[in-house]
Each structure stands twice: as C-alpha cells, then as structure tokens.
Design a protein around this ligand. Structure first.
Ligand code: 0RA
Length: 647
C-alpha cells in the first residue's frame, strides 16, 4: 500500500468493489431478493451471534422487529473487536461490516465451528441495507459506528461506558433491493429461532415484534430456550402424537467434529420426520450424516429383531423405511470444515462424519434396545407392521395397475385435462366440489389449465395409511392426474403439471380440505413441494358492488379479511357500495372466477414451501393425527394461515 497515490487507499477500493458486487447480484449472496432473501439478512446477523455462542462466550440473543421492519439483533458475547485491523488499518468492526467474507475468519484464530449457510458474513447485510448501526460493548466502553448503503458514514466512536460486553446490530433492508416486500413474517423468524434454540442447548433467543402490541403496549414476544436441546426438539415434533418410547439421545465426538442424535417413535405413518443438521443448517438434501444414521438404524433394528427371534429365518429384512416409520429424529453434527453440496447447497459432503454418526447410533441404539425391552418391543412391532403394510400396499398397487387405474393412459373421467403436453406450461386446479368445478371448467384456458373437481372430503391420509388411501377413488384420481405415481414408484419427473393449484372455498370446510390435500402432498409427494410445484389459489372473499345498481359489475375485490375495513374506509366513504361475501367458489360466475383467481397475469398464488419441515410435520399431525381434541379449534384458528414464502 505504501506506494499507492495518497488520495485513495487500497482497502477503500476493495470495499467498494466487494459490496458493489453484492448490490449488483444480491441473489448470488442471499439466494433471492424475495421474502426468503429478506429473512436471510436476519439469519446472517444472528448466525454471527450464534457462532459467538458456539465459541462459548454468548448465552443470549435478542431480536426486535421494529415498526418500520428494521431489525435489531443484540447479543451478550465478547463484542466485535474495535482495535485497528493490522492489514486494513481501520477498526476490525468496520472490516467485518465492509469487507466481503471477513466474518468470523478474521483475527488469526477464528472460530472452531461456524454456522451460516453461505457464510457470506454481515457485510452482505450492510451492502443490502440503506443503513446499518453497530454498537459494541467491550473493555468497559461502548462504541458506535454506522453505515449508509454499505459505506461508513459515522466512523467508530466512543459513546459511553459499559458494564457488560456484547454487540448490537440494527439494519434497514433496502427497498430498492427487496422490491417485492420488506415486510418480515413473524412466524418465519420464530420458527427459525426455535430451531436454533433446540440445536444449541440452553441458548436463549428472544424475539419481539413491535408491529404487534398488547393492550398495555408491550410488543409480541416469544422466548426460545431449551434445556433439553434436540431431545426437546423431538418431543416438539411428536407433540399430539401417541409415542412408543421416551426420546433416546446419544452423542459422540472426535477430531472431525461432534454428533448428537435424538430419536423417538410414534404411531404415526410418517417417514419424513428425520431431520439432519450440520452446523445448525438444516441439510434438506441430506448427506453423509443422514446416510450414516439410516444405515445404523436399519442394521441395528434388523439385528435386534433377528437375535430376539422376532424376525424368523424365512422372513425378509425390515427395510429402512419400515424401521423409520413413525420415527422422529434429529441428527445434529458440528464440524470444522463443512462441505455443503447439492442443488441448494444443503447436502453435507464430508465423508469423515459418516462413520462417526454410524458408530454412535449403532452403539447407542443397540444398548437402548437391550436395556429397554418394553419400548424395544413396541418399536420392532411398529416396523414389522410397516413391512406388512408395505407388502399389502404393493399388492394393492399392482392390482390397481393391472386394472389400469394408475395408468396414465386412463386419466380419471372427472379430469378436464389441458391440451398442452408440456408440463412446464401446464397447471392443474384441484377444485372443491362439482359446481365450482363446473365454473372452473368454463372459465379456464383450455390449452394450459386442467381442472380436477373433488367430490366432498378427501380421505385423511395421515390416519388411513398408504394402503387404504390407494383404494380411495379421490386419491387415486389425484395420483393418476398428476402422473407421478406414489410410494416406491414415485417419480417427480413424470409430473404432468408444474403447477398443482389447490382451489378451495374460503370457509372452514375449504380450509379442512386444503389441509387434507397438503397432508397428502407432504406425506406422499414431498418432492413436488420441494420443487415448488404446489400452490394455493387465492379467491377473493368480498366483492364491492354499486348500491341499487342493476349492473352486477364488481368494482373491487378483497382477498383478505383484515383489509376489508380499511378498503371500505378509503374507497366507500359515502356508503355507495354493497359488500358481497363469497362463501364458496360456486358463488362466482366463470368470468369472475377467471379474473379474480385463475388468470395467470393477474391472480395471486401462494407457493407451498416446506422449508420448515418440522413445523409442517407438526401442524399436519396436530391437525390430522390420532388426537381429535385440538383439531377443530386449530382449523378454525388457522383457516387461512399455512406458511408460505416466495410467491
Ligand atoms: C471475533 C473475535 C471476538 C469477537 C467476535 C469475533 C464477535 C463477533 C460477533 C458478531 C456478532 N456478535 C459477535 N460477538 C463477537 C473477540 C475476541 C476477543 O475478545 O479476544
């Protein structure tokens, strides 16, 4: 740097180029500029505090969503260092905020274990915010520094004394970057923080929403802290279910990292409640840690069942799916150098972690089964039952196949198919009831839109299991229409439509049917949800029509309950309008249904997302599982409240 001209300095250029690159292509750094990317900013900041917790210096993280959708994250860690950075010649905290990839890995030592999916660091948050303020408490002093669009606008300065240490960061997401929305979703953040608190035993994460206050003016607040860690996570996943054993827990450690496993079986039919994490990241695509777990469970349970004579010589082995039916499990590994692979960088590639997980689970589970014969018997019983059901389902499938029911040449009679054979441009509306189905058939664009009316309620697949579900007419027409087949024969590439749109009435029955359909997709075709093929239509619930007018023209549609009064206040001061409430899709004529709900150019679709598979799994079983009690109340409360992101 010494022989550079003195009117600029090297680090400034690096800063500008780095953060400019982030502003130019935000998607490269945070995935998208939609709601997901917006929420990612919060995770990026919180991850830094979690790293400080993993290093053993931080016990509490507090997050505020402010009224203007700015976010504050405060921790009680050591505080980001404020001394002059040896290379950059500016305060280290300024380096962390302005230089790409500087997070965590600075200052020589760095952290042993670091979270953060992209690991891009908080400088990315700075680049994508109109303003960032950082406050550091260290060495008995309190410091402040501020940034404007990523550029330092208030140099680091002392603002007072401090009794404790810690870091507080406030940022305002840039609406010019997040053009779709800058509004934070409380549940999305709450679910992520709950997960983080489960994964880091004892860590306290407090979330406040100042946009929502109670009668005393206190913001909505949740505190997430779990003394039981992932054991509490498994209990949470199994809430509302009939369980077969107390949660089992094992942990192991070697030079490559640590592994923790918690598992508990229930009477549920679900085989997708096993969640694997690496450095607090949900590895949706699995990887070596999950492989090690699965192999160990399958082998250990088969071995135990053979030793005890439950499986006889002539019997075939229990499959992996059999042993995991109804099993909720969390595998959490923490490693020094995680390799994230796969389409969405959520597949763990580190081969050295596989034997660590495998040995821990084999040893721990074998020991548990030996020492706890009563729950062991229930667990093995569940798996052998699953094996029988699997064989019965295969027979049923073969029979229906022979009859041509699941054959794509024999599409269901009720289906009004589209003429296009290109799945990418084709969509299917699954419509509640024949009358709405009729309207939809008249309204649709025949080239790209297919209509499948469902008669009455669909079977509750959570309680029926695959075998009985397949013999239901409604379910088999659904499977045939979609074209992917199901179970072991499922093939997402065979999907005949890339948009599968659930269109139900805006009432409690409609919400129930929607939940049943979502359960079906979640249980048996989760890959379609992962691929983003499953949507929910948004029909209006009110229409405004001129009073005493013979012209039936609807002047304005309203899609959510909460905006009715504000729209009326703004739009209808002198009371010139009648408000019509649409209880069902059938109350709209085909033109209305088209223009409000089906026309691709103008409609709104909610894309169903199981980013938070834990929550989906829990809600689904709470709604649909064996325990009837909470169901009705829950449905009414959450009628329009399934979680979606990135519309
Ligand atoms: C590296 C070293 C030290 C603190 C931190 C990082 C740190 C970073 C963040 C980000 C958010 N909260 C944080 N808390 C701490 C301190 C090293 C030392 O004190 O010797």
């Amino acid at each position: 740097m010494a022989n550079k001209p003195d009117h600029y300095d090297g680090s400034d250029i690096q800063v500008l180029e780095g953060l400019e690159a982030v502003r130019k292509r935000p998607g490269m750094y945070i995935g998208s500029t939609g709601p997901r990317g917006l929420h990612h900013l919060v995770y990026e900041v919180v991850d830094n505090s979690v790293d400080e917790a993993l290093a053993g210096y931080c016990t509490q993280i507090e997050v505020w969503i402010h009224q203007d959708n700015s976010i504050t994250v405060a921790d009680n860690g050591r505080g980001i260092p404020v001394d002059k950075h040896p290379k950059e010649k500016i305060p280290t905290v300024e380096v962390v905020l302005t230089i790409l990839h500087a997070g965590g890995k600075f200052g020589g030592e760095g952290y042993k274990v670091s979270g953060g999916l992209h690991g891009v660091g908080v400088s990315v948050v700075n680049a994508l915010s109109t303003r960032v303020e950082v406050n550091v408490r260290r060495d008995g002093k309190e410091y402040a520094i501020a940034f404007d669009h990523g550029k330092t606008c208030e140099k680091l300065h002392e603002v007072g004394t401090a009794k404790h240490t810690g870091t507080t960061t406030t940022f305002w997401p840039d609406p010019e970057v997040f053009t779709e929305t800058t509004v934070y979703d409380y549940d999305t953040l709450a679910n992520r923080f709950r997960e983080m608190a489960f994964l880091n035993k004892g860590l306290k994460i407090i979330l406040h929403d100042e946009r929502v206050t109670d009668a005393d003016g206190n913001p909505r607040t949740d505190v997430f802290q779990y003394a039981g860690g992932i054991v509490d996570f498994v209990k949470y996943l199994n809430e509302g279910k009939e369980t077969l054993n107390k949660p089992i827990y094992f942990e192991a450690e070697n030079v490559d990292g640590t592994v923790e496993v918690a598992m508990q079986w229930s009477t549920s039919y679900s085989t997708n409640s096993v969640m694997a994490f690496a450095n607090n990241i949900n590895t949706h695509e699995g990887g070596t840690h999950l492989d090690g777990f699965k192999q160990a469970v399958t082998r250990t349970i088969n071995e135990y069942a053979r030793n005890k004579g439950i499986l006889k010589e002539k019997d075939s082995n229990l499959s992996g799916d059999d042993t995991r039916e109804g099993c909720a499990a969390i595998i959490s590994v923490k490693l020094h150098d995680p390799q994230f692979e796969g389409q969405t960088k959520t597949k763990l590639g580190n081969t050295e972690i596989r034997p660590l997980v495998q040995n821990a689970v084999t040893q721990g589970l074998a020991e548990y089964l030996e020492e706890n014969p009563a729950p062991a018997k229930r667990i093995i019983g569940k798996a052998t039952q699953a094996l029988k059901a699997r064989e019965a389902a295969r027979k049923a499938r073969e029979m229906t196949r022979r009859k041509g029911v699941l054959d794509s040449f024999a599409l269901p009679g009720k289906l009004a198919d589209c003429s296009s054979k290109t799945p990418a441009e084709s969509e299917i509306f699954i419509v509640e009831g024949d009358s709405a189905g009729g309207s939809a058939k008249q309204a649709r664009d025949r080239k790209t839109q297919a209509i499948l009316p469902l008669r009455g309620k669909i079977l509750n697949v959570e309680r029926a299991g695959l075998h009985r579900s397949l013999s239901s007419d409604t379910i088999s027409s659904l499977i045939t229409a979609i074209g992917t087949n199901i179970g072991e024969d499922f093939d997402a590439d065979q999907a005949r439509y890339h948009r599968i749109i659930i269109m139900t009435d805006a009432d409690v029955d409609g919400a129930h049917i929607r939940c049943l359909l979502l359960t079906f997709f979640y249980r048996y075709m989760p890959e379609l949800i992962n691929r983003g093929y499953v949507y929910i239509a948004q029909p209006p619930i009110f229409g405004l029509k001129k009073k005493n007018s013979r012209n039936p023209k609807i002047e304005r549609y309203i899609y959510d309950e909460s905006s009715l009064s504000s729209v009326l206040a703004e739009y209808d001061e002198p009371g010139k309008f009648d408000v019509q409430r649409y209880k069902g899709l059938g109350e709209m004529d085909p033109e209305q249904l088209w223009e409000t709900t089906m026309e691709p150019a103008t409609r709104t679709l909610l894309q169903v997302n199981i980013d938070d598979a834990a929550e989906a799994e829990r809600v689904v079983s709470e709604l649909m599982g064996d325990l009837v009690e909470p169901r009705k109340e829950f449905i009414q409360k959450h009628a329009r409240d399934v979680r979606f992101l990135d519309i």
